[in-house]
Write a protein that binds this ligand. Structure first.
Ligand SMILES: Nc1ncnc2c1ncn2[C@@H]1O[C@H](COP(=O)(O)OP(=O)(O)OP(=O)(O)O)[C@@H](O)[C@H]1O
Ligand SMILES: [Mg+2]
Length: 413
């Protein structure tokens, strides 16, 4: 990470747009210089559905973040989500790397290149992340640089997105005169801000349950192994409550945040909550336990979807590191207990890790992907998108993209 450079991360969520501008201080600490959090508009579940609204929301967020900076920013890292995100695991191999010498960083770059998949024109490769190397039959090699070998192989985790969807997201930012340096998928951004090294090594499922989507990544042996986005989130809970209680969604949202619980049996059996009057109806009360039933059902369904996807990917049960849940919806009391009961595994509700210099305002599950986008940008600052404000098209099937760097690896593409 270079010091004295400005880094900007933009998290374009269904509920909020969060821009964070930061710098690395002289002691290597992160100095947050500006935060812009505004309600999201024009983005639903990771797709732009109203470009002008999206642009206005991004502009407002950028303006707020730049207010105390005294200068404008020109580029940013952008995190993306949506059910167009998919993944696959590929292999690549290289015979006689570097002649008879030791495997070089360049060999490893070529090796990783060989694991890039051929994708349709409608898809864009977002990440190619080396998971593990095999060197002359020796498996589970973390970093082959410096080894002598006749043949080296890599297993890579590849994340893809829908090219037109990504193009619209990028253009929304570029139309605000900000170039997008690189994209990161939100599950990986959230992982950057929440998962410990031990959890990644043991293997863990991370869920970022936001407003419109549940972003999911499974780590195994230190690397992302499965990445997916489920198009359900906390807004569905609000919608269910609105229908069940017969109140407008802003009132349902308030009731959810104030009285919501994932385990109805854990709230006092006789506790009543005030339901505001609507359309001439007088205010009334409802049993809190009853109100929490749709919340339990929707959260149960969300967790079930994640477990079904995990099983579809070939894992019968959660890895030993269990499950980590973050995102705004992770704040519903009882969710941890519910997930533990469902899975029999260790479950942790996570906020962004305590980075020196990070304002307390951002230490909340809502901002995990936002903080993670910034951290991702700081770690991957050398990576640039190959298209700019004036470019008309995205390049296809090219290794544009950020390669995840593990602590032990020197390799980049
Ligand atoms: N204290 C709380 N208790 C329960 N739910 C909450 C709480 N605070 C926020 N939420 C819910 O969290 C959701 C928003 O989460 P978040 O900010 O992570 O979403 P987002 O990143 O904008 O959306 P997405 O990632 O899905 O595109 C909303 O559904 C909101 O109702
Ligand atoms: Mg989000």
């Amino acid at each position: 990470m270079d010091r004295d450079l400005f880094y900007t991360g933009i998290d374009l969520g269904t509920s909020k747009v969060c821009t964070i501008i930061a710098r690395i201080g002289p002691e290597g600490e992160i100095k947050v210089l500006g935060i812009g959090i505004v309600p999201s508009q024009g983005v639903q579940k990771g797709r732009v559905d109203s470009p002008f609204d999206t642009q206005n929301a991004i502009k407002a967020s950028l303006e707020e973040a730049q207010r105390y900076l005294g200068r404008g920013i020109t580029s940013a890292y952008l995190s993306v989500t949506g059910d167009h995100i998919s993944c696959l695991n590929t292999t690549g191999s290289l015979d006689e790397p570097n002649g008879n010498g030791a495997i070089s960083s360049e060999d490893v770059q070529n090796l990783i290149q060989s694991s890039y998949p051929d994708v349709a024109d409608s898809k864009e490769v977002l990440h190619v992340i080396p998971m593990t190397y095999e060197v002359d039959g020796l498996t589970e090699v973390r970093n082959p640089v410096g080894l002598y070998a006749d043949r080296v192989r890599v297993d890579s985790h590849v994340v893809l997105g829908d090219a037109p969807t990504l193009k619209n997201l990028v253009r929304s930012v570029e139309d605000c005169k900000i170039s997008v340096r690189s994209l990161v998928v939100q599950p990986l951004a959230a992982a950057e801000a929440t998962l410990t090294e031990d959890e990644r090594e043991m293997g863990v499922m991370l869920l970022d349950i936001g407003g419109g989507t549940t972003d999911m990544v499974i780590f195994r042996s230190g690397s992302p192994w499965y990445t997916s986005v489920i198009p359900v989130g906390g807004n569905l809970i609000t919608r269910d409550l609105s229908a069940a209680l017969g109140v407008p969604s802003y009132a349902a949202e308030e009731l959810k945040i104030k009285w919501g619980h994932a385990i109805p049996d854990e709230v006092p059996s006789d506790q009543e909550v005030p339901i505001p009057g609507f359309q001439g109806q007088p205010p009334r009360t409802a049993l809190r336990r009853h109100m929490c039933i749709p919340i339990r059902e929707r959260l149960f369904e969300t967790l079930k979807f994640a477990l079904v996807r995990m099983q579809g990917a070939g894992l019968r049960q959660l890895p030993p590191g269990g499950m980590v849940i973050t995102g705004g919806t992770a704040q519903i009391p009882g969710l941890q207990g519910m997930a533990e009961k469902m899975t029999g595994a260790r479950v942790r509700i996570a906020s962004p890790i305590l980075i020196p210099g990070l304002p307390s305002e951002l230490i909340n599950p809502t901002y995990s992907a936002s903080v993670g986008t910034l951290l991702w940008g700081m770690k991957h600052q050398g990576e640039k998108r190959p298209y700019g404000y004036s470019d008309k098209t995205l390049q296809k099937n090219k290794p544009l993209i950020s390669v995840f760097r593990r602590k032990t690896q020197e390799t980049t593409v």
